[in-house]
Design a binder for this molecule. Structure first.
Ligand SMILES: Cc1cc2nc3c(=O)[nH]c(=O)nc-3n(C[C@H](O)[C@H](O)[C@H](O)COP(=O)(O)OP(=O)(O)OC[C@H]3O[C@@H](n4cnc5c(N)ncnc54)[C@H](O)[C@@H]3O)c2cc1C
Length: 274
């Protein structure tokens, strides 16, 4: 948005839904300017409206290989087509880490998910489990607890690592059941996921939970780092940077910083022209 506002011809490529992960958050409470919090989707709609107002163009395409030659980047967008640009900002976010356990691939989308926002209403009066002890896991467990009859919160450590406020909220919900010091070993079922097998980290005891859903939120890793050829004029913003702290406000601020660095670079390139 900052680039199009500065009158640079800017195209934003998106392979899925504009707004990314923030759309998965039912209420963002730590984004400045919203004293009562804001629904992730609503905040993203505002970002998009503001960007459109300043002339940002959107291309609903997957950015493939990015290469650099003679001062220009070429971004493959499929079917032999490519986009030519003086500068590129990679803000491809991060993907959810998987558990790497038997049954995970088979039941993905059939009882096993990473995000609860769309799925939660379908969990009404069911028992579900969330694996992970961080912010996203606790956040999702609390959201699911509004619908599900029971939400098991499986953590490999003794306690949650989420913000103390979220920990307190989880502890105060009767239907959020902590399962500490446990590793998920495998998932089973027939057509859909039905059982989650656990192993206690210290005594090695195994048991299973009968659940209709498992939400895997054990962290994220930067998306598609391999296909991008870095060079001058190439910038990275948001979760794609692989930083420890991942927040909407950080991603937004990072985008502004990358845009400013990009403008500085483009001005320097323009000044070099004879
Ligand atoms: C469950 C959950 C709860 C969270 N809660 C909070 C919270 O309460 N507060 C908070 O501040 N943050 C929260 N976060 C973190 C926050 O959502 C992220 O840090 C932030 O949205 C990252 O923004 P981003 O633009 O860097 O990445 P993303 O939002 O991941 O956006 C990247 C976009 O790039 C697109 N993309 C990727 N590869 C390509 C490609 N090759 N071609 C085209 N498009 C591509 C993706 O489709 C995606 O839309 C939460 C995250 C989750 C998952």
């Amino acid at each position: 948005m900052s680039l199009s506002r500065a009158r640079y011809k800017t195209l934003l490529l998106e392979r899925g839904r504009l707004g990314g992960q923030a759309r998965l958050i039912d209420r963002i409470e730590n984004y400045p300017g919203f004293p009562c919090g804001v629904q992730g989707g609503k905040l993203m709609d505002r970002w998009i409206r503001q960007a459109r107002r300043w002339g940002l163009k959107f291309g609903m395409k997957v950015a493939g290989k990015v290469s650099y030659k003679n001062g220009f980047f070429r971004v493959e967008i499929g079917r032999g087509q490519e986009i030519c640009a003086r500068a590129v900002v990679r803000c491809t976010g991060a993907r959810f880490k998987s558990l790497g356990i038997p049954g995970e691939k088979k039941f993905f989308g059939r009882g096993l998910y990473h995000a609860a926002f769309d799925e939660a209403p379908r969990c009404k009066d069911k028992d579900v489990a969330v694996v992970g002890g961080g912010e996203a896991a606790t956040h999702q467990a609390l959201y699911l607890a509004r619908f599900a009859s029971k939400v098991y919160l499986i953590t490999k450590d003794f306690r949650l690592k989420a913000h103390p406020l979220l920990q307190k909220r989880a502890a105060s919900r009767d239907n959020v059941v902590p399962i500490p010091c446990s590793l998920v070993e495998k998932v089973e079922g027939s057509r859909r996921l039905e059982r989650v097998w656990l192993r206690h980290v210290s005594n090695g005891l195994r048991r299973f939970l009968r659940v209709q859903g498992l939400f895997v939120l054990i962290g994220k890793e930067p998306e598609a780092p391999g296909i991008w050829e870095a060079s001058q004029g190439f910038f990275v913003a948001g979760d794609a940077r692989g930083d420890r702290f991942r927040q909407v406000a950080i991603a937004g601020g990072d985008g502004v910083r990358a845009a400013m660095e990009c403008m500085q670079y483009l001005e320097a390139v323009a000044a070099q022209k004879p």
